[in-house]
Design a binder for this molecule. Structure first.
Ligand code: FES
Length: 184
């Protein structure tokens, strides 16, 4: 090829056919696209987190829940009760079923969560108190840990008498930690 100054400039055929990636304009478009998609991802996660997310999360604390008539709770024999617990969950309240163990001694009551503080299996009654069927943690009748991998005693729930009704304030607690820490 002959250029303006009379210089012969040889252009090879494969120079003309070779795709020219990442010219300056292509690089700019690529960078703008990358930045825009990053911003969209962050915004998307934030929107989901603050709009849809709360609907699927619930507070671990309920109000006072009816746990039955006092006269129906036998003495010195752990009673397993299923409570319908109303808890905050994002945009409203949800009703959840929760198991508790109630122990009566005269007019004194103790209420334990039936959730194992190890990994959350349901605790059963045993000859000396309570046992978890999953990994064999055991507690005595007062809820004191006597064996197994559970990191603490049984979780005690607040209760009160309201006339002839026992009411329980259900709470969920962190699993796998030594202290009874409420999940919020
Ligand atoms: S879940 Fe209860 S001992 Fe592991």
């Amino acid at each position: 090829m002959k250029l303006a100054g009379g210089t012969q400039y040889p252009i090879r055929r494969d120079d003309l056919e070779r795709p020219r990636f990442f010219e300056r304009r292509d690089l700019l478009i690529y960078m703008i696209g990358t930045i825009a998609s990053s911003i969209a991802s962050v915004l998307g996660i934030t929107i989901v987190r603050y709009t849809i997310g709360p609907a699927f999360s619930s507070s671990g604390v309920s109000g006072w829940t009816n746990a039955g008539l006092l006269e129906d709770i036998p003495e010195h024999k752990p009673l397993k009760r299923s409570l319908v617990v109303s808890q905050e969950a994002g945009w409203g309240r949800v009703n959840l079923q929760k198991l508790v163990w109630i122990i009566r001694s005269g007019n004194d009551f103790t209420v334990f969560s039936a959730v194992c503080p190890h990994l959350g299996c349901t605790i059963n009654e045993a000859a000396e108190g309570f046992i978890c069927p999953c990994h064999g943690s055991a507690w005595d009748a007062q809820g004191k840990k006597i064996g197994g991998p559970a990191p603490r005693n049984l979780d005690v729930l607040e209760h009160r008498r309201n006339g002839d009704i026992l009411e329980v304030r259900y709470q969920s607690f962190k699993q796998g930690v030594a202290g009874q820490e409420v999940v919020n």
